[in-house]
Design a protein around this ligand. Structure first.
Ligand SMILES: Nc1ncnc2c1ncn2[C@@H]1O[C@H](COP(=O)(O)OP(=O)(O)O)[C@@H](O)[C@H]1O
Ligand SMILES: [Mg+2]
Length: 314
């Protein structure tokens, strides 16, 4: 479970004099969801294209599913599935035909192809639509079919490049459910997104990409804690406890009406314990404690100096 699924270091790519990837390092553990978060033009698709062997980086190396990209690209391709920003669904074929075509491309025996296609149609709730041409599908159905096609080859790692861009909120939630299920089944998911909420909801770890550079990497909580504005709110039962706490905790602001105290801090276990120990030493009981963290929008702004929302109007 803890094996590395993707390990990349120093990836660089330039087109003429435009640097698109400027030394990207990535580590994705097997069986987890990793989100590469960044605005339009950050270099997300380029990163996916490098990791999936579609383009060759100018510098850097990467090992994907145990295979070095430069040494064994075929081994990489056999272990991965890719769902691009632009679907590979053939509009003139039915949903089922699209899946069977994929099975043919992968040289699966006919009976196995049919079995896998049937299972995927059921799993993605596309049984009723299976006999209809994909041109009649909604955006959400097309995305599901596209993902199902990626799964025909039973990949260990799947790359989803902006899997929910352009979907309505309901289809987006369905897609999130599906992605969670894939990981529950042991798959590794590498996804790119412009949506902070999506990364927050899905990803075990998030890397923030801005103009070809990673500006931060961590869990959603870790990223949020790095931003100023994190604080701990303590509430007390009695006024004299508030008085004592306000005196011993530096930088705190008190709210006399609520008998509450706001203490700057990151909400990490270590600092919380230290804070409670300090109050304990003064025999002050805390009635209620809550950790307030900024959301990923604040994080993006703090890390990049510009607002993700400006680029992403959703
Ligand atoms: N083949 C190419 N030739 C020239 N510029 C490119 C090419 N592919 C991507 N770029 C540029 O690289 C930058 C990053 O692109 P991309 O990886 O598609 O970003 P994202 O997927 O994050 O929106 C953009 O400025 C884009 O215009
Ligand atoms: Mg892109």
């Amino acid at each position: 479970m803890n094996a590395s699924a993707i390990a990349a270091s120093g990836l660089r790519k330039a087109y003429k004099d435009k640097t698109v990837l400027d030394g990207v390092d990535l580590n994705v553990r097997a069986g987890t969801i990793f989100a590469l978060l960044g605005p339009n033009g950050a270099g997300k698709t380029t990163t996916v294209n490098v990791l999936t062997t579609l383009i060759t980086p100018d510098a850097g190396k990467a090992v994907v599913a145990g295979h070095d990209l430069a040494v064994n690209p075929k081994g990489v391709r056999a272990a991965i599935g890719v769902t691009g920003q632009f679907a590979s669904v053939d509009n003139l074929l039915t949903g089922e035909e699209n899946l069977l075509m994929m099975a043919d491309l992968l040289h699966l025996p006919k009976t196995e192809g049919r079995r896998i296609a049937g299972r995927l149609l059921t799993r993605f709730d596309l049984v009723e639509a299976a006999g209809k041409q994909a041109v009649s599908y909604s955006g959400g159905m097309r995305r599901k079919l596209d993902l199902a096609m990626t799964l025909v080859g039973q990949p260990q790692i799947i790359f989803l490049d902006e899997p929910t861009t352009g979907l309505d909120p309901r289809s987006r939630r369905t897609m999130w459910e599906i992605i969670r299920e894939l990981v529950a089944d042991g798959m590794t998911v590498f996804l790119t997104t412009q949506y902070l909420e999506e990364a927050d909801q899905l990803a075990d770890r998030i890397a923030v990409l801005d103009q070809g550079r990673l500006v931060a990497e961590g869990t959603a909580d870790e990223l949020k804690r790095r931003v100023p504005g994190s604080h701990i709110r303590l509430r007390f039962a009695r006024r004299h406890e508030l008085d004592v706490a306000a005196r011993v905790l530096p930088g705190s602001t008190r709210d006399d009406e609520e008998l509450a105290l706001r203490v700057p801090g990151d909400g990490g276990v270590r600092s919380l314990r230290a804070l409670l120990d300090r109050l304990d030493a003064q025999s002050v009981d805390v009635e209620e404690l809550s950790v307030h963290t900024p959301d990923l929008d604040d994080v993006f702004l703090a890390l990049t100096g510009h607002d993700n929302k400006k680029v992403n109007l959703r």
